[in-house]
Ligand binder design. Sequence first.
Ligand SMILES: *[C@@H]1O[C@H](CO)[C@@H](O)[C@H](O)[C@H]1NC(C)=O
Length: 391
Amino acid sequence: MVQGVIMHSLGSTILLLLVILCVVLLLEGAAACSGGRCELGDRCSSEADCGSELYCYNCWIEFAGKRCVRTTVADPFKIADTSLPFNKYAFLTTHNSFSIRGEPSHTGVPRITLYNQDDSVTDQLNNGVRALMLDVYDFRDDIWLCHSKGGKCFDFTAFEPAIGTMMEVEAFLSANPSEIVTLILEDYVSADHGLSKLFDSAGLTKYWFPVSSMPRDGGDWPRVRDMIRRNHRLLVFTSDETKQRAEGIAYQWNFMVENQYGDGGMSSRACHRRAESLALDNRTRSLVLVNYFHTVPLRVTACVEHSLGLADVLRACHAAAADRWANFLAVDYYKRSDGGGVFEATDMLNGMLICGRDDVRACTKRTLKDVLYGLLGKAGLMPGHGGTTRT
Ligand SMILES: *[C@@H]1O[C@H](CO)[C@@H](O)[C@H](O)[C@H]1NC(C)=O
């Protein structure tokens, strides 16, 4: 009898909890806006609800239901200008840009590997990604993008011939004559001049930034404006030291310092160099690359980690790199966020680099006065940061 009453009240409590849960889920799901009028962080039910440069995404480990989150980087060349050296801008970088979920097998053998991104290289570039990390291998008498081990590509680790991705890069550079793209190659190609032939076939040679124009001892890079004018809009770095002399492809760590990749790069307590890089604070390398992705890509947590902890890692690496902000921020699943994600982080980097503010959207076009103040600041004649732009 008593047991029966307890069971009964337990039953109705559970029922009540279920009803409450349903109401909460319904409310969470109901969008208060629609037709492209939803703003950042608003609930949404479909793509069409969100305003421009936003999409409708469910970061379900953080909130129930979908919300409008960012999809693009604010273009620093357009918001500020192109008058600064290349190393005074930051570029969102996709790690293993080619390792895309849903990419069909091109070998006839099902692929067994890990994935790092959700959308095509063309989409990545259109969303403001400006540097691609690609793993290139000799495979089937050609050069393939592959996610493998031990420098050898297999049927079950191969993605596709590299030419397709290179042609996507060519199409982007051709359609966007004021943009610059950087390729960072994990290079296992030993075919004679294999990469040079690949770039030739893809029509990329006309955009080539020559190694001879890259600064050796930590000097500034050419100004972006001049790179655009000369059509030097493709930077390629290789992990194979011999290729710089043999093929004129820049050896990455002659020009860049870089933190540890994988789980070691996710901690804000310390920012350490990766083995191939000089010390992060060595100013003889004028570009700084920050890796921020797990050793094993974690798709589910990416949306939270792209806000939580990222800015702290960027600040830790800024301190470790002799007060230099990252030029390249490399991530997995770049589009996943709970709002601003890696786009906001890149805007922060550009803001700090260009005008000393934590959002590039606060940097307006630099006026003559700004330039003058910047020069005076550099010469130690003015308090404040060099080249500061005020809105
Ligand atoms: C930077 O690296 C170069 C090349 O290895 C080395 O000669 C130089 O001493 C380093 N500078 C500092 C400040 O560590």
